[in-house]
Write a protein that binds this ligand. Structure first.
Ligand SMILES: Nc1ncnc2c1ncn2[C@@H]1O[C@H](COP(=O)(O)OP(=O)(O)OP(=O)(O)O)[C@@H](O)[C@H]1O
Ligand SMILES: [Mg+2]
Length: 397
């Protein structure tokens, strides 16, 4: 159905605001489509209806877009589809992640610009048929790059879940071999496999292949590997989707870099995203909003994965010591002591110095507003005690 993605987006918005009438119309449309043979479309509408039902709030159902057949050709995978292996060692070259498994994942929280870019990418894939019939090239390759732990892998898996496609996740350890010619052969085998099925090919830690370039002894072999990647990507681009991921984009061969239709940088989360990530990971825990604001300040420079680790620690500490009603900051201090860092970080230094210093730094933070009451909620102190401590700050007038 032409423009179906737009119909779906409209429905999604409508069921959020006015459930009763919108749901009724959504059900009508679903039945009409089903009767007309639009099984995929009817299923996608069903997902939207389900996500609007009471009780499903909080549960993230991937808002499925209807995948155009033009975007991923080939056979459907079954429970009996096994990943390809290295001919000599029988080591698997990839892992297959089924759609059911992917659907359990929550999406990473991204700032609105990034979310829009990713949305655009998946919508293009959903509308691939329209593009193709208009003679427009369908972009099928994307590169995600950026700092470690920022949610790149999670995002790629989420994109596949949205499209209802299983993922063929390349195993770099299985692919690379010290035997001459074997890595190149494995790459060809992997791509041949991916091209045969409807799937999204995910080349995680993609620089693992390009990195070999560092070694001058291996130059001939590296050229061969990079050439195989280039050829394999060119052959794949008319038939299926590929996402490659790297933390070391500068290591990629320029010719490989140019092969990607979309290149998306996933950066460290800003303050408002950090606040949302913290809220997600302390959900269900009685942590006051003021304490969350203080955590947002002190996680400046943290990745999403770092924030998750800190939140897990806080939850563990508060659960194990619940009878003493420990403060959030007591848990944070312990976390910092147990996770020494070799990077210089002014917030960390202030936190490990004395209360007056970190209180003042938190109050001076520009990215979100922190007040004395917030520090009180993070430390279990009254506001007047916070104020007393602050008087000790040497530069305070
Ligand atoms: N933006 C985010 N929102 C929510 N959770 C996040 C975010 N970023 C990271 N996480 C959490 O951190 C975990 C690790 O993220 P992921 O593996 O996707 O990062 P990555 O960018 O691929 O890291 P690496 O470069 O080290 O492979 C995720 O499974 C998720 O739980
Ligand atoms: Mg990753």
């Amino acid at each position: 159905m032409e423009h179906f993605p737009i119909v779906l987006a409209l429905l999604r918005a409508a069921v959020r605001d006015k459930p009763a009438t919108a749901l009724q119309q959504a059900e009508r449309l679903r039945e009409a489509l089903r009767n007309a043979g639009g099984v995929d479309e009817a299923k996608a509408i069903d997902d939207v209806i389900e996500s609007a039902k009471p009780g499903s709030a909080g549960k993230m159902v991937p808002s499925r877009v209807v995948r155009s057949r033009a975007v991923s050709a080939g056979e459907a995978m079954t429970a009996n589809t096994f990943p390809p292996v290295d001919k000599e060692t029988s080591a698997p070259l990839a892992e297959i992640l089924t759609v059911d498994r992917l659907a359990e994942l929550e999406p990473p929280l991204l700032n609105s610009r990034l979310a829009l870019a990713v949305d655009h990418l998946t919508m293009q894939w959903a509308g691939a048929h329209e593009l193709q019939s208009a003679g427009i090239k369908v972009p099928r390759t994307a590169l995600f790059f950026g700092a470690p732990g920022t949610g790149k892998t999670r995002l790629a898996l989420w994109a596949a879940a949205r499209l209802g496609l299983p993922v063929v996740l390349a195993r770099l350890d299985g692919l690379t071999s010290s035997y001459l010619g074997t890595t190149a052969r494995n790459i060809r085998t992997l791509f041949d496999f991916a091209n045969r099925y409807q799937c999204l090919l995910l080349l995680d830690e993609f620089d693992g292949i390009a990195k070999l370039r560092d070694d001058p002894q291996e130059l001939g072999e590296v050229k061969r590997v990079v050439n195989s990647v280039l050829q394999a990507m060119d052959a794949r681009s008319p038939v299926g989707l590929t996402i490659a991921i790297t933390n070391h984009e500068s290591l990629l061969d320029p010719a490989v870099w140019r092969r990607f239709d979309a290149r998306i940088e996933i950066g460290l989360p800003d303050a408002s995203m950090r606040q949302k990530i913290i809220e997600r990971y302390v959900q269900g825990f009685k942590i006051k909003t003021g304490a969350i604001r203080v955590l947002t300040w002190l996680t400046d420079g943290y990745s999403g994965a770092d924030i998750e680790t800190l939140c897990d620690f806080i939850k563990r500490h508060m659960t194990l010591n619940s009878k003493d009603n420990p403060s959030v900051m007591a848990a944070v201090q312990l976390f910092l002591d147990l996770s020494a860092s070799n990077h210089k970080n002014p917030i960390r230094e202030a936190l490990q110095r004395d209360e007056a210093h970190w209180f003042q730094q938190a109050l001076d933070y520009h990215d979100i507003k922190i007040v004395q009451a917030d520090i009180g909620e993070a430390t279990n102190m009254t506001q007047s005690s916070v104020s007393r401590v602050l008087k000790r700050y040497p530069e305070r007038v």
